[in-house]
Write a protein that binds this ligand. Structure first.
Ligand SMILES: [Zn+2]
Length: 225
């Protein structure tokens, strides 16, 4: 099998899996809501609501501000990134994006951040993400590194986010993202995306190439929808 054929096969497998996951998450209730309390942050006090996946036991967090049961709710669907979100790693822009999202929602007085666990390294896990970092230090870009480790360029699925938004009675969202795959991934699960607002931070020496790969190879967009 040539490289192109292998690529097609891999794409086919991943598309097939996505369809199964899409229908699973669209047709069943796969989250239990387990706890809620005010969470004061430096961007204001959000209502923290924990949703536990009945599929794998992962606990996801929604930070809710104001009355989100309605249209055009400012929404950030954020993929967990321990190194970037918690430790401020300069390899990526995740921490900066999370802060910008909280700030924008706070300014608007209404919105939600859905914080998705299990999405490290676009879904490959923390250990594999660090392996990918080493490959990037050897010259591969973020996509090539994931592929070399036997993963897809992006393995994330947004079923949890779609169900959380539905449980919060969010009717439609203005999505804070640069990533068109996130917009389409949510739309395919029935989330009505009525707008998109970009979140670009100042590049650092360490993440300049990563950000430019996201633009040139993953189609990340700078402009508003
Ligand atoms: Zn990150």
């Amino acid at each position: 099998m040539g490289t192109a054929a292998v690529g097609d096969a891999v794409e086919g497998i991943s598309a097939g899996r996505d369809r199964v996951e899409d229908s699973l998450w669209s047709e069943a209730t796969l989250l239990s809501e387990d706890g809620t309390a005010p969470v004061p942050t430096r961007f204001g006090t959000f209502e923290g609501r924990v949703f536990t996946s009945l599929v794998d036991g992962l606990e996801h967090l929604a930070l809710v501000l104001g009355d989100v049961a309605g249209e055009a709710v400012l929404t950030r669907v954020h993929s967990e990134c321990l190194t970037g979100d918690v430790f401020g790693s300069r390899r990526c822009d995740c921490g900066a994006q999370l802060e910008m999202a909280l700030e924008r929602i706070s300014e608007a007085g209404r919105g939600v951040v859905v914080y998705l666990r299990g999405h490290e390294g676009r879904g490959i896990g923390l250990a594999q993400k660090l392996h990918a970092y080493r490959l990037q230090d050897e010259g591969l870009d973020t996509i090539e590194a994931n592929l070399k480790l036997g993963h897809a360029a992006d393995e994330r699925h947004y079923g949890v986010a779609a169900e959380v938004l539905s449980r919060l009675r969010v009717a439609s969202v203005e999505l804070l993202t640069n990533n068109p795959a996130k917009v389409s991934g949510l739309a395919e699960l029935g989330v009505r995306v009525v707008g998109r607002l970009p979140l670009w931070s100042e590049p650092t020496v360490e993440n300049e190439r990563y950000l430019s790969t996201k633009r040139s190879r993953l189609g990340h967009l700078a402009d508003d929808l």
